[in-house]
Design a protein around this ligand. Structure first.
Ligand SMILES: Nc1ncnc2c1ncn2[C@@H]1O[C@H](COP(=O)(O)OP(=O)(O)O)[C@@H](O)[C@H]1O
Ligand SMILES: [Mg+2]
Length: 301
């Protein structure tokens, strides 16, 4: 048997408990399958790939589990020919909520109507300049509407506006950041489904409910329950993961007016600690099995 070894790369700065837990669980589950891994932060060593000067630190590794979202490092790593889980392109598309929306927009995937925010370089620019655009947002999306930072996570960059004053207030807040406007799916207020897809198949799912916020994120006080996924939710989740070529992801699905699934966002680096404790499903183990299957069937450098 030709033994393989992996490198798990994590963000250099993050001290989030869930982010620390993820690599350790994956390392342990891969070890059970006979695959050794090292866990390292994306710091000094990955800087050496710049200008292709040295990739020698990668020579011991057959694949990389990339738990960061630093797009420059993932692009450089993939240029060395190593297999990344997830791929650079998949991470890039999912990290930006507007790019995810565009990638899925002509594929028959139901999503809330969405309008991109305009790029603004100047914090003193007046929103009066784009009043026609604001009127269009009001006509197409109505109130309440959602304003989102394209690179937000854990619910912190998602806002709701009930009227023009609130819309302008939120627009001012996100003016110089990438952002989007979205129709509020009222039937899903304070609840959604989180679905984990691994290797193209739904692995497990849970429902997230908040009694105090329209956002169901656990980090904002939401709670999670086991959720028996209806077939339409399963089908759309697997289709999304396939279109975006994701080895692993966590998809947020809203509940449409007739209970149908509406894709809210796709997380390429979804934390799985909460999912494992709520469902009892071994997410890290399933991901480890997928990785093993790929690296032993593909020729890796
Ligand atoms: N268009 C929408 N309609 C209704 N609720 C929404 C909408 N968009 C987001 N939400 C709620 O806000 C939460 C956070 O939004 P999401 O796009 O998943 O951003 P984040 O990356 O911060 O989790 C969702 O889980 C959902 O509960
Ligand atoms: Mg989310």
């Amino acid at each position: 048997m030709n033994y393989k070894k992996g490198l798990i790369l994590v963000n250099a700065f993050s001290k989030l408990k869930s982010a620390m837990h993820q690599p350790v669980r994956l390392k342990d589950e891969l070890k059970v399958l006979g695959i050794e891994c090292d866990i390292k932060p994306c710091s000094i060593e990955t800087a050496m790939i710049i200008s292709g000067s040295s990739t020698s630190f990668l020579k011991d590794y057959d694949f990389i589990i990339y738990l960061d979202k630093d797009k420059y490092t993932s692009a450089l790593l993939e240029k060395t020919g190593k297999r990344l889980f997830n791929s650079h392109e998949a991470i890039l598309t999912c990290d930006d909520k507007m790019m995810t929306h565009i990638a899925l927009s002509d594929k028959g995937i139901k999503m809330p109507d969405t309008i991109p925010g305009l790029l603004c370089y100047n914090k003193d620019a007046s929103l009066q300049e784009v009043m026609k655009r604001i009127e269009m947002i009001e006509q197409r999306l109505g109130y309440p509407c959602i304003i989102k930072e394209c690179y937000g996570s854990l619910g912190s960059g998602v806002f709701r506006a009930e009227n023009r004053d609130e819309l302008l207030l939120n627009m001012e807040k996100v003016k110089c950041k990438e952002h989007l406007f979205q129709k509020m799916i009222n039937s899903s207020e304070g609840k959604d489904a989180r679905v984990i897809v691994i290797g193209g198949k739904v692995a497990c799912s849970m429902k997230r409910i908040s009694d105090t916020d329209f956002r169901s994120n656990i980090e904002l006080g939401g709670r999670a329950e086991v959720f028996d996924l209806p077939p339409s939710f399963k089908e759309i989740s697997e289709k999304v993961a396939d279109i975006l070529k994701l080895d692993y992801c966590g998809i947020d699905l809203l509940f449409g007016e007739s209970g149908e699934p509406v894709v809210c966002e796709v997380n390429s680096n979804a934390f799985f600690g909460g999912m494992e404790s709520v469902t009892g499903f071994n997410v890290a183990g399933a991901y480890a099995r997928h990785i093993k299957e790929i690296i032993y069937e593909t020729k890796v450098c």
